[in-house]
Ligand binder design. Structure first.
Ligand code: ADP
Length: 664
């Protein structure tokens, strides 16, 4: 076994690998960018080396620097994690050439699967079923269009070099084809440097079921059951689980054996995942093989009781597979939710910011949190906005879901937008509990997943006011004045009959409250309603009894802005100051940049007539394209940015004069 390895990655996966390596007595070398100097993975490692500036191209993708650091530090092997260099043939080869073990498959196996079209070719020879379509080398738009017609609609355009849902477009009919092809090629070229596309029949209700495979260098291969990753947004996984609900033993075996066949067809070594589309009629089709450890590997660990990073290390060190196929056991059910900095209410746009307040659920045999951040860390534009993975396990799927819902309610983050509440609604949704899974789940169940907040606004405001009052008292008592009446613990109250007016801003509205201290607590008046409240604060928890109804919320206060956390929901309000201006900036928000990013295409000219829904500008952030569409019919006015320019969130991109309704 190795005595020292280098982890060529950051964030949760770097921390995850270090944890197992340390347990096995292996020393770890971390690498980091300037943005990550204080990151958790750096602190956890035994030594750490600076790679360069924040952008990945100047840091985590610097294969040459990483090889140099391996030599300098005496690391015998490199774990690439996922993303970055994990599926980079050149890097795997460079490791081999420099006598450093790449903890992953041989460069040749990565190359075979690196192109989705070449992979499909290999799989068809290995008798692994494929989705019908076109995966040829001829990429002329005219031929692609003809193949599209042959394939039929709806179809899916997929980047041959794709990953992470990038460069992928569903095309419903022939008239949409040209624009979709152009946009998908552009996105693929930007993200992967390769615009080539393949065409697949678009299955309308498939499930995404993938098999975890492992092969050792002695020619043995096993599958460690499957994961269901059907719940997706933008073709990216949101909640994953193992085993796949309702999958029969026969299908599991058929898929598992096909997956091992697929791996052995390319002389695979190490951890790999073979992804299948599982159709309503029970048939399954090869989609792609990922030649690395997957983000969602923990759910497999939870049901098999195995440590997959340990398997990777052993296999890379030349050892035999730890288990034979008939020794693999599945126990219970596991789910993983990916906690992202993003805005579910705004098409899941990635968010950035500082984790000003971060509380995670208690970890135990049922609950696991894999993360690379701590409170105070920044989620920047440079890297993937995943904050953590929350993993739960229990005897049954039902019990595991209950654990997930509870753990999500205990996951509290303030400072930036996250999908925590969305995930909680998802895990709690009846159709999810009833296993109505397919990749269209999120679109289909919008109403359940994006419900109106259920915490009553009056309750939120009243609790906020009580919290501010309690805070004030605490400050007085900790100011050291032994005579301060605020410091007393009896029921004495200063000016108990004095009515204090309070102004709070919530959701763009200013709300006026009147609060009076009573012998037992507070009397709060909002509009015509009165609330009798008892309140107590312990650390960050505020417990109240409002008109006899008791509940507890958690609070975080930051520069006068208060966040109350309740069952995964957040109630945010500001103490109103006269300088606050609610503004009316939303009127044409859709023509403003929805995030920091670059303008990649301006599709209209000044003076042009456009109709509602027409794409005006295409922006790109985190290598994903976002279309800015006309909210109404109108005439294009000033265009404020050119292609290639960087824009900040909220900047006006284009002026649109709406057509007069009578004239229209
Ligand atoms: P990427 O490598 O970019 O993640 P994949 O090929 O793995 O792309 O596909 C991602 C997701 O897109 C799948 O999990 C599935 O939900 C959906 N998908 C892919 N191919 C098809 C298809 N032919 N029909 C329907 N959905 C598909």
């Amino acid at each position: 076994m190795f005595s020292k390895i280098l982890i060529a990655n950051r964030g949760e996966i770097a921390c995850r690998v270090i944890q197992t390596a340390h347990r096995l007595g292996i020393k770890c070398v971390a690498v980091y960018s300037e943005a990550d100097a204080n990151a958790r993975h750096v602190a956890m490692a035994d030594e750490a080396f600076l790679l360069g500036p924040a952008p990945s191209s100047e840091s985590y993708l610097r294969a040459d620097r990483i090889i140099e650091i391996c030599k300098q530090s005496g690391a015998q092997a490199v774990h690439p994690g996922y993303g970055f260099l994990s599926e980079n043939t050149g890097f795997a080869k460079a490791c081999e050439e420099n006598g450093i073990v790449f903890i992953g498959p041989p460069a040749s196996a990565i190359a075979s699967m690196g192109s989705k079209s070449a992979a499909k070719e290999i799989m068809s020879h290995a008798n692994v079923p494929l989705v019908p379509g076109y995966h040829g080398a001829d990429q002329s738009p005219a031929l692609l269009k003809k193949e599209a017609e042959n394939c039929g609609f709806p179809l899916l355009l997929k980047a041959v070099a794709g990953g992470g849902g990038k460069g992928m477009r569903v095309v419903e009919n022939l008239t949409e084809f040209d624009e979709a092809l152009e946009s998908a090629c552009r996105e693929a070229k930007n993200a992967f440097g390769n615009p080539d596309m393949l065409i697949e029949k678009y299955l309308t209700q498939p499930r995404h079921v993938e098999i975890q495979v492992f092969c050792d260098s002695l020619g043995n291969g096993v599958y460690l059951a499957e994961r269901d990753c059907s719940v997706q947004r933008r073709h990216q996984k949101v909640i994953e689980e193992a085993p796949a609900p309702g999958l029969s033993e026969e299908t599991r075996r058929a898929m598992g054996e096909a997956a091992v066949r697929a791996a052995q067809a390319i002389d695979y070594v190490g951890a790999g995942t073979v992804e299948f589309l599982y159709d309503v009629d029970g048939s399954f089709y090869f989609m792609e093989m990922n030649t690395r450890l997957q983000v969602e590997h923990p759910v497999t660990e939870m049901i098999t009781g195995q440590d997959l990073v340990e398997w990777q290390l052993k296999i890379a060190a030349g050892q035999e597979l730890p288990l034979a196929q008939d020794q693999v056991r599945i126990t219970g059910h596991s789910l993983e939710a990916r906690i992202y900095a993003e805005d579910p209410d705004n098409d899941f746009l990635p968010a950035t910011g500082t984790l000003r307040y971060l509380r995670t659920p208690q970890e135990n045999t049922h609950v696991r949190v894999d993360t690379g951040v701590t409170e105070g860390d920044e989620v920047s534009v440079y890297y993937d906005p995943m904050i953590a993975k929350l993993i739960v396990w229990d005897d049954s799927r039902e019990a595991a879901i209950s654990r997930m819902v509870k753990a999500l309610e205990e996951y509290r983050i303030a400072g930036l937008k996250t999908n925590v509440r969305f995930l909680r609604n998802l895990a709690n949704a009846q159709p999810f509990k009833q296993q109505q899974l397919d990749t269209g789940f999120i679109d289909k169940h919008q109403a359940l997943l994006f419900p109106q907040p259920h915490l009553d606004v009056h309750y939120g405001l009243a609790m906020a006011a009580c919290y501010f009052m309690e805070q004030q008292k605490r400050q007085h008592s900790s100011s050291g004045d032994p005579h301060s009446p605020f410091g007393r613990h009896n029921s004495w109250r200063l000016n108990s009959t004095r009515v204090r007016p309070f102004k709070l801003e919530h959701d763009g509205e200013i709300c006026e409250l009147n609060i009076t201290e009573t012998t037992t607590g507070y009397d709060v008046a909002i509009d015509d309603a009165r609330y009798d409240i008892r309140a107590s604060v312990c650390d960050d928890a505020l417990s109240v009894v409002i008109n006899g109804h008791s509940l507890t919320v958690h609070c975080h206060i930051d520069e006068g802005r208060l966040t109350l956390f309740h069952e995964g929901e957040q109630f945010i309000c500001n103490r109103f100051s006269e300088s606050f201006d609610a503004g009316d900036h939303d009127a044409d928000a859709s023509l403003c940049a929805p995030m920091n990013g670059a303008v990649v295409a301006v599709l209209v000219e000044k003076g042009q007539q456009v109709s509602a829904g027409d794409t005006l500008v295409v922006m790109e952030a985190m290598k994903m394209e976002h279309s800015i569409k006309a909210p109404a019919d109108g005439t294009v006015g000033e265009i404020f940015f050119k292609e290639g320019e960087l824009v900040s969130e909220g900047a006006e991109l284009i002026a649109l004069e709406q057509n007069d309704e009578e004239a229209a």
